[in-house]
Design a protein around this ligand. Structure first.
Ligand SMILES: O=C(O)C(=O)C[C@H](O)[C@H](O)COP(=O)(O)O
Length: 210
């Protein structure tokens, strides 16, 4: 089912996942749920992404399921066919946005400049990923963007260099909806099936979030 703006902006922490084996997808999502996190971004950086999404969509309908790194129309279609509730990308590509809009599913494009914020707004995207957050100016840059753009209802989702140690610098800003990070379930922890550690990291992050 497509996510709503409210569904997404209610969440504060989104694990960014790189997964090599689609059979790990459901246990991974269960580990995150166990730790209290009910949203996930499966990135199209591996061949397993589409099957991982299909598996979670079938087994765990309560998980708010997103596809990340959607940078081609082809992967946009695969994500939609696999049953995602929303999509994200590190950059802003009108073709992938249009593909999701045609399917009635929200898309969160990546931005890193004022012009991209405006392009995203003109394409109807009120949620925008700020990537790579740490390298593009961090929380102070977002605070500056909030000046001209907050009144247009845009909210930002910083990712890239966000960690347990600095996430509250972002979450404290009213213009921030949620942060994303790969530290919540690393590629190695998933490969090792270290579900206990992943649950603990989810729990720790939620407990520490501002
Ligand atoms: O692929 C996407 O859709 C992206 O927008 C980029 C990711 O969110 C970041 O690469 C996560 O960054 P780290 O938490 O620093 O590993």
């Amino acid at each position: 089912m497509p996510a709503s703006f409210e569904d997404l902006t209610k969440r504060r922490i989104v694990p960014v996942i790189v997964i090599d084996d689609a059979n790990d997808a459901v246990p991974l999502a269960e580990a995150l749920l166990e730790g209290g996190i009910d949203i996930i971004e499966i990135t199209f950086r591996t061949a397993a992404a589409a099957d991982a999404i299909t598996n979670i969509a079938k087994a765990l309908p309560t998980m708010l399921l997103g596809a990340g790194t959607v940078v081609t129309e082809e992967n946009a279609t695969r994500a939609i066919d696999a049953g995602v509730s929303f999509g994200l990308a590190p950059g802003l590509n009108p073709a992938t946005i249009a593909r999701f809009q045609k399917a009635g599913i929200p898309f969160v494009p990546g931005i890193a400049t004022p012009s991209e914020v405006e392009q995203g707004l003109s394409l109807g995207c009120k949620l925008q990923k700020f990537f790579p957050a740490g390298d593009m100016g961090g929380p102070t840059f977002l605070k500056a963007l909030a000046g001209p753009y907050a009144s247009f209802g845009v909210k930002f989702c910083p990712t890239g260099g966000v960690s347990l140690g600095n996430m509250n610098d972002y979450l404290a800003l009213p213009i921030v909806a949620f942060i994303g990070g790969s530290w919540l379930a690393t590629k190695q922890q998933i490969a090792d099936k270290d579900w206990t550690t992943i649950s603990r990291q989810a729990r720790d992050a939620l407990a520490a979030a501002a």
